[in-house]
Write a protein that binds this ligand. Structure first.
Ligand code: CDP
Length: 217
């Protein structure tokens, strides 16, 4: 039987395209729950590295995930992830996670786990979900799909301003070229170039589209 979901607004796009700030602000404005799917991929990657499993060892990763307790709970209308009862917090942005998350995310077993968590959230809440494959694969039936982009220069500047080492060009290439659920623009997505827009301007544009589509909040 097909799963019944609440309303889902999908916000996909490459690294540093503005997804997180926009999705969080939009969720507050609409009263929806904010879910960062990348944080779940990052938490899994962090745990795999912590267990000293090589990020290319597909089978060991699958074994480790079979026994891992991955809990997505809600705090202040945002999804928060605990893995084996630990909140990885700031560790999700560690350089080693940045370097390995795209590799770990390519495995179907990992993607299935994350999709299942997202579907569980959508069974009880209206959601804004940001990611790479939310409109194309995880919630293909939602009519509310947005794809944020920005020029490579702007995205590199934004990420550099956040500090840490994050080779977003390499990560984007890996995300766009993997065989399973690559980063693609869903055919019915509304595309927004955020290069020269403020967060508030992007949110306003999205709200305008949603209102025209008749979304009631
Ligand atoms: O830091 P940034 O916002 O660019 O990325 P993120 O949303 O934290 O996602 C980190 C990584 O997780 C991405 O580079 C992808 O490899 C993976 N990811 C994915 O494969 N599918 C998603 N729906 C979300 C993230």
């Amino acid at each position: 039987m097909r799963e019944q979901f609440h309303r889902v607004i999908a916000i996909d796009g490459p690294a540093a395209s503005g997804k997180s700030s926009v999705a969080r602000g939009l969720a507050r404005r609409l009263g929806f729950v904010y879910v960062n799917s990348g944080a779940i991929y990052r938490a899994i990657t962090w745990r795999i590295l912590q267990k000293k499993i090589h990020p290319e060892e597909n089978e060991r990763i699958a074994d480790a995930l079979q026994t891992a307790a991955i809990t997505c709970c809600l705090q202040d209308n945002e999804s928060r992830i605990l893995i084996d009862d630990v909140d990885p917090g700031e560790r999700l942005r560690d350089d080693c996670v940045n370097e390995n998350v795209a590799g770990v995310s390519q495995f179907p077993v990992v993607r299935q786990i994350v999709a299942k968590k997202l579907h569980e959230h959508a069974q009880s809440h209206d959601l804004i979900v940001e990611g790479r494959d939310i409109g194309s694969v995880v919630f293909p039936d939602t009519p509310y799909k947005f794809y944020l982009n920005a020029s490579p220069e702007v995205r590199l500047q934004r990420r550099a301003a956040q500090g840490g080492r994050d080779e977003i060009t390499i990560r984007d290439r890996a995300d766009s070229s993997r065989p399973v659920s690559p980063l693609v623009i869903a055919k019915d997505a509304h595309i927004i170039d955020t290069s020269h827009l403020t967060i508030q301007e992007v949110i306003n544009e999205i709200v305008g589209v949603l209102e025209k589509m008749g979304l009631r909040t």
